[in-house]
Design a protein around this ligand. Structure first.
Ligand SMILES: Nc1ncnc2c1ncn2[C@@H]1O[C@H](COP(=O)(O)OP(=O)(O)OP(=O)(O)O)[C@@H](O)[C@H]1O
Ligand SMILES: [Mg+2]
Length: 265
């Protein structure tokens, strides 16, 4: 990557359907190895923002502005230009992990596939896949199962292992632990934070839970009705939550899990 250009540069990103903007003029940067939370109420535009980063918006979405990943423009790019970016540069864990896992292929083999594509030999890729699944805290032997034989939370963690297997410079994870209870969520997010930190990968973590953001990320972006209301260190955003939408998020989170927020870094 060219020195001085952030890993991800989003400028005045707007996504609309039938003339109705649902993401409105969003701009932010994400540097190499930075871990950033994207938070906001349901329907605030979090998922559409992440899909725009990979050029995966539905065909009827009208998108303007600019998204540069490692210097490559994504908005308006042809599918053949985007395909090489997906996985090794930007890997997405979608909100519904069912969409990234193939029900007909054993989970371990799916996690090994990006390694095989990168030239790793079959046995080494299989061993590495098993390690990745263990790192995401899946029980031993999960790799031999099909995704339908895993619980919802296990599927989400398998999807995280699959995304990490591609060795992305930026991992985009859309509510990757929503199927877990609060305690398990924080555990998996802490593991995810460590996994990206150890690999020097950036992380954009979508959540509507500020407490979850606090365990994993240093910086937070707050979306409300498609607009970016706040962008800054988690502590500052939490302390200076003048906007009612940010205040509502903080209050909702505090009601759920006060100890985590007290310990927020
Ligand atoms: N394909 C679509 N066509 C029309 N409108 C859409 C489409 N997809 C999403 N929207 C609308 O865009 C807005 C933002 O949706 P988005 O999925 O990004 O929300 P979100 O912040 O991810 O919410 P959640 O926390 O519930 O996942 C919502 O009002 C939604 O109804
Ligand atoms: Mg969403």
């Amino acid at each position: 990557m060219t020195v001085g250009i952030p890993l991800l540069q989003v400028r005045d990103l707007t996504v609309g359907f039938g003339g109705r903007p649902v993401v409105a003029g969003v701009s932010f940067d994400l540097g190499a190895g930075e871990r950033v939370a994207l938070v906001g109420a349901s329907g605030s535009g979090k998922t559409l923002t992440t899909l725009a980063l990979l050029g995966l918006l539905p065909a009827d979405a009208v998108v303007t502005g600019s998204v540069r990943v490692g210097g490559t423009e994504v908005v308006g790019a042809a599918e053949r230009e985007l395909r090489p970016l997906r996985g090794p540069v930007t890997a997405l864990v979608p909100q519904d992990p069912g969409t990234s896992l193939n029900p007909q292929v054993r989970v371990g083999r799916q996690v090994a596939a990006p390694l095989r594509r990168a030239g790793v030999r079959r046995s080494a890729a299989a061993a590495r896949a098993a390690e990745l699944l263990a790192e995401m805290r899946l029980p031993a032997g999960s790799g031999r199962r099909f995704s339908v034989q895993l619980s919802g939370g296990q599927r989400q963690r398998a999807a995280l292992a699959l995304a990490l297997a591609a060795g992305p410079r930026l991992l985009v994870a859309d509510e990757p632990t929503s199927a877990l209870d609060a305690t398990a969520q924080h555990g998996v997010l802490a593991v995810l934070g460590r996994a990206t930190r150890e690999r020097g990968a950036g992380l954009l973590l979508v959540t509507h839970d500020l407490a979850a953001a606090a365990t994993t990320c240093d910086r937070v972006l707050v979306l409300a009705e498609g607009h970016l209301l706040a962008d800054g260190p988690l502590r500052e955003v939490l302390a200076g939550h003048a906007h009612p939408a940010v205040r509502a998020l903080v209050e909702a989170t505090a009601a759920l899990s006060p100890p985590v927020l007290v310990g927020a870094r």
